[in-house]
Ligand binder design. Structure first.
Ligand code: GLC
Length: 475
């Protein structure tokens, strides 16, 4: 089967969040299972782009209303990723340091999608399936069905995978003329409420919809930033598939980014050595339990709760615990977290930014990972943590609900119901008690480390959906 993944992010080419990890791993396992798999992302100015070789396989011009954007399609030549990686190079729009957050994001991602389809049109073969990811690629299913220009690609089946339904890519009717020509009778597919909505378009027009965990699929029926009734109406073509993790990249027994490798049989010594290194870097005490947070500092992830929860936990348990935070996002949260450094020196530290290597060391060297998310479609950090023998402390939501079971129920982690300072601190207290009960602690760690979250099994679930929509052959 020939499969294309189209996405705004793909690790190691470009990563902002978990989307990149999924689009960097799922294709690899689909290819290993015997499929022809290609990933298409915009050509940003990233380290990976600079350090790797690419050949130009196609070039053209995207027409966006009165604008003309020349583009090239660049193929990564070594094929070392396990799938073919293609970059859509539109210099004017993507040759910038950041992935998102520009005023012309609509123009940028419209052009990306149109350029990709123009290239597919020019190729000799027609793919079986296009798997779109999030709203940045939501127009693709619509354009394939209704734009005159892409008539010959009509047989391609489309899936849209929702990694985060909060962001939807709204745009006004004034941008409608950017789209390649289609019969206006179909304009309703583009509308949601009083605007045009890229994610809604994708959900309406794709042959199948997947979310990144089963619980998240349930949740978006009643909480999806305005799209609840839409998700309700497409239940028959929707499925929640829990993400996997790339067990080659995330393997404590082989990870080159950590100080000491270890396995389920040697985690006590291994983790302690990583912890000592980490604590030395951040002036923390390796004799005390280390609670860490890794991620984007936004309300969605419970980032706004961290300053107060940290202050409270540190004052209650001052001598007992360390807290370390790695992340960036909302500048007010960043500032509050920075300030705490003065008050709790020796027990608390923060690194504002993102650093992949440090993240690996934090998973290896921490005792607990905090994930007080308000919304978590899947969450990968808890799965990385489990594999590294670090106990996740999570709010029961989305994929966290599907992957973490409280140790009180013989599980692998600590769960709480509310995204609140009180619930976080209560869980930290339970964790401190568990830390002193080494027999139980090690049992919880081992339960977590033995879980198989690899993509091998999960990637088959995607293939089953592809097969189903190919067999159905609906218009
Ligand atoms: C988004 C979601 C996260 C999910 C990731 C990968 O970042 O917020 O929960 O794990 O996508 O699917």
């Amino acid at each position: 089967m020939e499969i294309f993944h189209i996405s705004a992010e793909c690790y190691p080419m470009v990563k902002v969040g978990g989307l990149a990890d999924v689009v960097g791993a799922l294709p690899k396992y689909q290819a290993a299972a015997g499929n022809l798999v290609r990933v298409v992302v915009p050509c940003y100015d990233t380290k990976f782009k600079k350090e790797n070789n690419f050949e130009c396989v196609h070039w053209g011009n995207v027409k966006l209303g009165n604008f003309d954007f020349p583009f090239s399609v660049l193929k990564e030549t070594s094929n070392k990723l396990g799938y073919e990686l293609y970059l859509i190079e539109i210099k004017e729009l993507f040759d910038r340091p950041n992935v998102y957050g520009y005023e012309d994001d609509i123009e940028r991602f419209f052009s990306f999608q149109i350029a990709t389809l123009d290239w597919l049109l020019a190729r000799k073969t027609i793919p079986d399936v296009i798997n779109c990811h999030d709203h940045h690629t939501g127009l693709v299913p619509f354009l394939l069905k209704y734009a005159y220009k892409y008539e010959s690609l009509k047989s391609v089946r489309t899936v849209i995978t929702i990694h985060n339904g909060l962001y939807q890519g709204w745009f006004g009717f004034d941008k409608l003329h950017y789209l390649p020509e289609f019969d206006l009778i179909h304009v309703g597919f583009l509308e949601w409420g009083s605007s045009l909505n890229s994610l809604a378009v994708g959900v309406k027009c794709a042959h199948a919809v997947t979310t990144v965990s089963p619980s998240y699929l349930n949740e978006i029926n009643y909480s999806a930033n305005g799209l609840e009734s839409l998700f309700n109406s497409v239940q028959s073509k929707s499925k929640g598939i829990l993400n996997g993790i790339d067990i080659e990249v995330w393997d404590p027994s082989k990870d080159k980014m950590i100080v000491q490798n270890y396995s389920i049989d040697s985690f006590e010594v291994g983790k302690q050595m990583n912890k000592e290194n980490l604590c030395e870097q951040f002036e923390l005490d390796p004799g005390k339990p280390l609670f860490s947070f890794i991620g984007r500092l936004f309300e969605e992830k419970g980032g706004d709760l961290l300053p107060q929860a940290s202050a409270l936990a540190l004052s209650e348990n001052f001598e007992n615990i360390n807290i370390l935070i790695l992340g960036s996002g909302n500048s007010l949260i960043e500032e509050q977290l920075m300030q705490l450094r003065n008050d709790y020196k020796g027990n608390y530290n923060v690194f504002i930014g993102y650093n992949e290597e440090l993240a690996h060391l934090i998973y290896a060297g921490s005792d607990y990972i905090l994930m007080p998310s308000r919304v978590e479609p899947c969450g990968l950090n808890q799965m990385y943590a489990l594999r590294y023998g670090t106990i996740p402390i999570v709010r029961r939501t989305g994929g966290l609900r599907d992957t973490v079971v409280d140790f009180g129920d013989n599980g692998n982690g600590i769960c709480h119901d509310q995204a609140s300072v009180g619930d976080i601190c209560y869980s930290i207290n339970r964790a401190v008690k568990l830390y002193d009960d080494k027999i139980n602690l090690n049992k919880v760690i081992k339960t977590g480390m033995s879980i198989d979250h690899s993509w091998e099994r999960v990637c088959q679930e995607y293939i089953e959906i592809y097969n189903l929509i190919i067999e159905k052959n609906e218009v």
